[in-house]
Design a protein around this ligand. Sequence first.
Ligand SMILES: NC(=O)C1=CN([C@@H]2O[C@H](COP(=O)(O)OP(=O)(O)OC[C@H]3O[C@@H](n4cnc5c(N)ncnc54)[C@H](OP(=O)(O)O)[C@@H]3O)[C@@H](O)[C@H]2O)C=CC1
Ligand SMILES: C[C@H](O)[C@@H]1OC(=O)[C@H](O)[C@@H]1O
Length: 257
Amino acid sequence: MYLPSFSLQGRTAIVTGAGRGIGRAIAVGLAEAGCDVALVSRTSADLEETAELIRSCTKAQTYIIPADITSKEEIAHVFAKVTRDAGNLDILVNNAGMNIRTPALEVTEDQWDTIVQTNLKSAFMASQQAGQYMKEHGGGRIINISSVGGHVALRTGVVYGSTKAALIQMTKILALEWGQYDIRVNSVGPWYFRTPLTEKLLSDEQYMKEIVDRTPLRRIGQLEEVVGPVIFLASDASNYVTGQTLLVDGGMSIYGF
Ligand SMILES: NC(=O)C1=CN([C@@H]2O[C@H](COP(=O)(O)OP(=O)(O)OC[C@H]3O[C@@H](n4cnc5c(N)ncnc54)[C@H](OP(=O)(O)O)[C@@H]3O)[C@@H](O)[C@H]2O)C=CC1
Ligand SMILES: C[C@H](O)[C@@H]1OC(=O)[C@H](O)[C@@H]1O
């Protein structure tokens, strides 16, 4: 009677940064929920690995599309290929991101440009492409992968944290503008998960201890624990949720003292 559907059967998603880490986990999880998935990153071999994982456990269709999401032209190509080959687009996950951990006084202009283009500008450009298509085809869902670093101050870089805070605000404003088209725009903000982006940090025992001491659940996340909230926000179970950021952080963001 009241149980909504979490199924994504018959839907098509684009996942940026699907070549490894959180993006790979999200892509596989979406496929396990019934979704066909377009896999985007710069490294074809990584995308092939993700597609093989999906093929090994689901019947989902995969579209491997190597692209640099900092290029407006390459993003446009991704959307043209997916909407042509798949014939629809229901979900966009803006996951691709990076960090160059530099003290504020030492940040170079190139570092600023690279982080902002990868984490923020690309997500906006992809959202514009998705929003235009979804507006013309009855709606859809956009999920931005931000970070607790966009919600509280972290020591891992002012530029990174600024892009994640901007992503959270972009989520709200696009949700405001596009709600009339039945496009829901939300964000998921992870704390630490072990991926190639964080492996080096997390292999430092002292650093890991400091993370655990700041985390009420006393551990970092497991990749499937960030996938669940994404499936929720991609499915009909979140039909009345938009403009929100779901922090998947083991309670870290509420830890005052
Ligand atoms: N891991 C964590 O603890 C946390 C991660 N996050 C966020 O989650 C997201 C994923 O992080 P994570 O999985 O750890 O990172 P990884 O570095 O493990 O994976 C990043 C993915 O993004 C792709 N990517 C990077 N730059 C580009 C580009 N210019 N064009 C296309 N694809 C690109 C990479 O592929 P390639 O280099 O081959 O292009 C790779 O597939 C990021 O937005 C990150 O900020 C947030 C909080 C915590
Ligand atoms: C939790 C943060 O986002 C974390 O900080 C980093 O330096 C990594 O880049 C992760 O994203």
